[in-house]
Ligand binder design. Sequence first.
Ligand SMILES: N[C@@H](CCC(=O)N[C@@H](CS)C(=O)NCC(=O)O)C(=O)O
Length: 196
Amino acid sequence: MELYFSPLACSVATRIALYEAGVDARFVEVDPKTHTLLEDGSPFSRVTPLALVPALRTDDGEVLVENAAPTDVRGRERLQQWLCFIGTELHKLVFAPLLDASAPAGAREYALSKVAVRFDLLSRHLEGRDFLLERFSVADAYLVTVLSWAVATPIELGSWPVLAAYVARLRKRPSVAKALAIELPLYQAELARHAA
Ligand SMILES: N[C@@H](CCC(=O)N[C@@H](CS)C(=O)NCC(=O)O)C(=O)O
């Protein structure tokens, strides 16, 4: 199995899920600016047409994309509900414009205007709970990844103490801590590459 990832991008969630599942995988780094593989410079669009991480190549050669496409039969409806909420309401609506340096100011203001109601909802749900569902799931892997991006945006996560505590707690979970410890230096190397 191969995971195509970019450092600290949403593909962190897939890396965490692979660690949680104890799956042995090869991690193939994709440069998010050039959309090429670091190992040989080949275009990532040869793997997946939109050239978006994560992409997972299974041992039989199938390429799976989309964070919200896991196999998890228990609590499937609620899991799908949270994955869609994270993917559409947080990742793409709020964080994508805030993290995209080419987004116009109006897009960033619009994104910021969407934060409070969504974070309030999430905070109410997570109050008194360890995870989104009864146990750790891929939705938590995705949520901790996305909420961790807040430090690179004007969003003050501390204004939602329940969310700040959730992120701090999950970042200590071994699979999450390992994923972030591996990807942080890769992200710093990526920044240095593009600053040069
Ligand atoms: N709908 C996709 C979105 C994936 C996505 O937006 N990936 C970002 C990283 S978080 C990416 O590859 N960006 C590179 C680009 O936009 O060119 C999913 O949920 O997996």
